[in-house]
Structure formats: C-alpha cells, structure tokens
Design a protein around this ligand. Sequence first.
Ligand SMILES: NC(=O)c1ccc[n+]([C@@H]2O[C@H](COP(=O)([O-])OP(=O)(O)OC[C@H]3O[C@@H](n4cnc5c(N)ncnc54)[C@H](OP(=O)(O)O)[C@@H]3O)[C@@H](O)[C@H]2O)c1
Length: 307
Amino acid sequence: MTASVTVGKSAVTTTKLGLGTNKVGGHNLFANLKDEDGAALVRQALDDGVVMIDTAYMYGLGRSEEIIGQVLKDYDRSKIVLATKAAQDPERDYQANNDPAFLKQAVEDALQRLQTDYIDIFYIHFPDDQTPKDEAVAALNELKQAGKIRAIGLSNFSLDQIKEANKNQQVDIVEDHYSLVYRAAEQAEWAYLQDNDISFVPYFPLASGLLTGKYGPDDYEKFAKQFTRPAYDNILTGLSLVKKIADRENVTVAQTILAWYLANPAITTVIPGARNADQVRSNLQALTVSLSADDYAAIDQAFADFK
Ligand SMILES: NC(=O)c1ccc[n+]([C@@H]2O[C@H](COP(=O)([O-])OP(=O)(O)OC[C@H]3O[C@@H](n4cnc5c(N)ncnc54)[C@H](OP(=O)(O)O)[C@@H]3O)[C@@H](O)[C@H]2O)c1
C-alpha cells in the first residue's frame, strides 16, 4: 500500500494509513450502529490493504474487539497490525486503572476477544492517578518479553506522565488527540517523542467528521462544546481553502486533509474512523493525493490559529 513505517523501538512495522474502529461495535459511544456494518467496514479496509486496525476495550466494552476478532479469522493475521487499548475498570465505574495486575488481565481478556495470541500494539488508554507510570509500563514490558504484546503504547498521557512512563525507554508509541483544528501536541510533545524514538498516532484526525467538509455554518451547535463560534467560522474558512485545492486535484476535502497528515513525518500512522465501508474506501484514496509543498504550507497556514 504505502512505504512501511516502524513503531518506536519495536519490531512492528505498518503503513501510514490505518483504520479507527470506535464505530465498529461502539454501541456505548454512538447511537444506531449495526455490528454488520462494523464487520463490513473492517473487511473493506483489510481487502484494500490496510494494515493497522485500531480498537479498544472501551468501544462497545469489548464488542469492537469481538467483531474484529471474528473478521480476522478470514485474513492472514501476520499481515495485520492489531492495536488495542485498556484502562477503564468496570469495577471502578470505568475510571482508569493502570495497576500492573489489572493491565495484565486486560491484555489476557483482549486476546480472548480478538481470538489471537498476540497484540501488536497495546496502549494504556488513560492514565490513572495512583500507579507510578514506569511500573505500569514495566508490567507491559513483561508481556512484551513473553510475546503477548509487541509494542507498548500510551494514550491521553501528559508529557510529564509520558516521561515518567518512559523512564526505562520502553515506550514505543503515543496516541493522542490531534488534528488540524487541535494542534497542541505539536508543541507539547512532538520534540520529546522524536528524541526518544516514540511513534505518534493522532486520534480524531477528521475532527469527528468536521474536517470532511460536510458541515456548514448551520451545524455549529454540533460542535459548540469544542469550538467558539469565531473558531468554528475560522475552521469553515480554512476548509474552503482546502476545498479549492481538493477541487483542483479532483479529490475530496477529507482525502486532502488526510494527505496533509500523511505528508508529515512526525505522524507515524493516521487512523481515520469510519461508519461504513464507503467511507473507508473513500478515505483510502488519500494515498493517491500528493500535495505540493505550496499546498501543504497553505493548509498549514489556514489552520495556524489551532497550534
Ligand atoms: N485513544 C483515544 O483515547 C481515542 C479517542 C478517540 C478515538 N480514538 C481512535 O481514533 C480513531 C479516529 O477517531 P474518530 O473515528 O473518533 O474520529 P475521526 O477519524 O476524526 O472521524 C471519523 C468520523 O468522521 C466521519 N467520516 C469519516 N470518513 C468520512 C468520509 N469519507 N465522508 C464523510 N464522513 C466521514 C464518520 O462519522 P459520521 O459518518 O458519523 O459523520 C467517522 O466515524 C477512532 O476510530 C479510534 O480508533 C482513540
């Protein structure tokens, strides 16, 4: 599909465009999802050469992992990079738990649901308040030595928490909120990640659909919790510039935005989520978009206020 990228210091290699699956079985997070649509969109991605599938216990409280595990039976497991996450503890009202024993059990449970004997990337989904982060990672490192996981990841950790977790240089990858309209990670953590050979995967790369260009001025209410009205209007202005570039290249706004991430070496793999197989197919066409340096810089500039 595309050139291969290596995940941190691990032996895991993948490609630059993966798949996010919180709408695969994520019934606790989104209304009106059908398991069959979820299974079909994962199949579409794998049929079209996607390597990295990003899931989590929290997506359907195990349902997403179960659906993916079922689909994977029809594919060559060795060609797939399976990433999952855990931390939310049902016995603590789904608050985060990073206790070593909890994480080890969470990996065992995920292996069962995914019907596999190894997980390529296991992320601690959220930090808790009590566990020393290097102890949590040491537990994952034991699982790595035992071959149950192949790379160690963190998600939603602050830079200080990442540093504490990475005391022994065992962290391979970080997954955090990042998009053209939420660029804090660029300043907050990219330098540390690059200096320490830690890969970066952004979540919400399409800002939950806003960066596909399918929403207009009348849809502000949907995004009112995230953006002020002036910020929202600023995003729509940026998107009109992207649309001009997209129209000229005969591609979509979403494909152009995804191509912008693909062109950035600080981003290891982009995992746009999808609701159905058509969105997967369309997003994969981003791989065919090659942005000129001028177009890349113009998009960067159009969303500079979100740095
Ligand atoms: N680590 C974490 O804490 C964390 C948190 C959130 C997400 N994630 C991961 O990151 C992945 C990506 O985030 P996300 O899926 O929430 O948000 P996203 O990638 O920013 O947006 C995905 C959504 O945009 C819409 N969309 C996608 N492609 C489209 C297209 N071609 N045309 C029109 N609409 C399109 C779909 O929603 P509609 O059809 O409903 O509009 C889709 O579900 C998730 O799937 C999950 O694996 C991780």
